[in-house]
Design a protein around this ligand. Structure first.
Ligand code: SF4
Length: 162
């Protein structure tokens, strides 16, 4: 069992994940921690994570903040522009649950009220190590989605040939 998991992890590990960061109304605390993961101390790029400037190039959408009403449609628009398969990572208590802003008049969030969320990273703000762990979970989820998408495409091809 352990050998199988290790083999799977080693197979997935060399693959990169390109991430688009969206601040949906955060205080910037979480965004600073995301930036910290890119510094030489944590260097998340060695695990293949890269921040990209366009959602069209992204495998993952990383959201910080509780989703203000102003950001709801923008967030959905960003998500719609991303190619499949894609995952959503929420970083910080505000985005995960609303935290102290829960049910505030100015919010449509937390994020899972607006988008399907795959990975939650709790903390106010979460430490860079927790964000790196969240990204690793997102890589595994992305791989599972890729496999199911590939098998669906193979089924469609079989039906078309028969
Ligand atoms: S979780 Fe904390 S650090 Fe992150 S956006 Fe909310 S208040 Fe700021």
């Amino acid at each position: 069992m352990l050998k199988m998991d290790l083999a799977k992890t080693l197979e997935i590990l060399p693959r990169s994940i390109w991430v688009f960061l969206c601040n949906s109304g955060s205080c910037n605390g979480c965004d600073i921690e995301v930036v910290a993961t890119l510094t030489p101390r944590y260097d998340i790029e060695r695990f293949g994570m890269k921040l990209v400037g366009s959602p069209r190039h992204a495998d993952a959408l990383l959201v910080t903040g509780p989703v203000t009403k102003y950001m709801t449609e923008r967030l959905k628009h960003i998500y719609d522009q991303m190619p499949d398969p894609k995952v959503v990572i929420v970083v910080g208590n505000c985005g995960c649950s609303g935290d102290v802003f829960y049910k505030s008049y100015s919010l449509d969030g937390p994020v899972d009220q607006v988008l399907p969320v795959d990975v939650y990273v709790h903390g106010c703000p979460p430490r860079p190590e927790a964000i790196i762990e969240g990204v690793a979970k997102a890589v595994l989820k992305l791989e599972a989605l890729r496999e199911s998408l590939d098998s669906k495409e193979a089924d469609v091809a079989d039906v078309a040939q028969s």
